[in-house]
Ligand binder design. Sequence first.
Ligand SMILES: Nc1ncnc2c1ncn2[C@@H]1O[C@H](COP(=O)(O)OP(=O)(O)OP(=O)(O)O)[C@@H](O)[C@H]1O
Length: 576
Amino acid sequence: MLPSGKAGVEELRTALKSSAAGFLAIGLFSFFVNLLVLTGPLFMLQIYDRVLSSRSEATLVALTGLIIGLYFVMGVLDHIRSRVAARIGARFQARFDKRVFNAVLDRTNLHAQGISTVTGMRDLDAIQKVLSSPALFTVFDIPWTPFFLFVIFTFHPWMGVLGIVGGLILVGLTWLNQNGTKEDQERAMIAGRLSDEMTQTLQKESDTVRALGMRRAVAGRWQLLRDKALEANIRYSDSNGFYSISSKTFRVFLQSAILALGAYLVLQNEITAGAMIASSIIIGRALAPIEGAIGQWSLIQRAGQGWRNLAQLLSRVPEEDPRTALPKPRAILEVEQVTVVPPGEQVATLRMLNLELHPGQALGVIGQSASGKSTLARVLTGIWPPAAGKVRLDGASLEQYGTDGLAEHVGYLPQDVVLFEGTVAENIARMALDPDPVKVVEAARKAGAHDMILRLPDGYDTKLPAMGGRLSGGQKQRVGLARALYGDPVLIVLDEPNSNLDAEGSMALNLAIRNLKAEGKSVVIMAHRPAAIEECELILIMENGQRLAFGPRDDVLRAHLRNHTQVVAGTGGSNK
Ligand SMILES: Nc1ncnc2c1ncn2[C@@H]1O[C@H](COP(=O)(O)OP(=O)(O)OP(=O)(O)O)[C@@H](O)[C@H]1O
């Protein structure tokens, strides 16, 4: 079941509350702006009832001077409240930028199940837009509508009644708009997101798409999604446009209707011509916020959706509590009764695993495909938390180090190495904003990749496109190993580190492992190829997510592999 999102709502609300002073300021400015809105109607009232009847030019000049001053003040206040709103929006975004970014990353890893819409950053943008836009002012202006209607009442009750009826019709239109467009908007949003995601995937995998002649097929699928998105958008825009234009037309009509009623009342000598003009202007102002809300409805609705999505996301991925920094651990790894269930799954892919590794030891993990080797790599590096049991590094369970703290002590080479857009050096430095060149070269040397990197067109400063496209599979793997060793981690987890390596690369890898052991680090190597376990004194054999055997390499291989002699012989440096 999905969490209710209460914790997330609370987090979002607290952030808004921290801008209470800003909202108060907007409320105060809105108060004066709305009072000053009466400038125009009162001016009209005076012109018609005083200036025209008395034919006094002096009064006209005085009144004109006065309203110039009042309009100026109104303009300044309106401008200030826009500036305050923009800052409230920016502050809200700044508060949540990193938080949402991290939550989206974590949720992809840890909580993949449930809502499929991870629109985090777009949700945040949508809320920020509403906070910084005139849509926010409608909230502060709408309470003034009854006041303006009351002013019209003071001119004549019938005018007031007409104003109220008109207002109710506009509110009704807003309600219909809300109910009539909500589903279309959601559909448009989801369809748009799906087609965007597909575009991104296709861009990343363009080689495969071309090579396998999938262009027409995927373009067809993509087009279907685009068409759906377009269709939903058009439907949404049509219905929203219908309500928006209806309300605008109705408001203009209402202004004339009140003028007609006013004229009738003037003819009956019930009100003055000034009151007739003034009430026509005031009714326009009274209903402007309602019309504004309808006009801004798509923004408001999207922000509402964003608020609900973010509340879910933030509840699902709570903020990591600050951790007491632990000293650099010794390379003692303990896996105690660990069971792992991948995110979004029900069935464990690693069950009740126990093992221990000490400084200077290397463990080779072997087993058939899908036996749980990569799952073990993920739990040892803290990517997936254990569903039961504990993984400890020097006595402390991994979560005690915190996500970033743990990454300093653990190096990880994933099975599929993905490099990021940046230079080779930046990639080795794990994309740090201030990479330490000494540490970069040191890591590359340890990984036996220094010479290979020097031979690249621009050495360490060779620019890599996204996904590291410029490098061969083996080169990527060696840069990936250097990245794993950056910052001198004590535990190094290598998932199929030699799957793309040639003999030279394989030898460099084994030398690196030997050196790491000599430095007192511990190394875990998930392997298919015998050459990879040459440096391992311990072997773990996995089967169906369970430990089939664990112990000294030669004993385990002899006891469990029928062809152990070939395997042991194969570890003599060949790369089969
Ligand atoms: N992200 C995931 N979500 C759900 N199930 C997963 C995920 N990753 C792996 N699994 C499942 O976990 C089981 C073990 O997979 P794992 O990748 O750990 O095996 P492996 O031994 O590393 O295999 P290989 O040698 O082919 O890389 C498999 O049944 C797989 O389907």
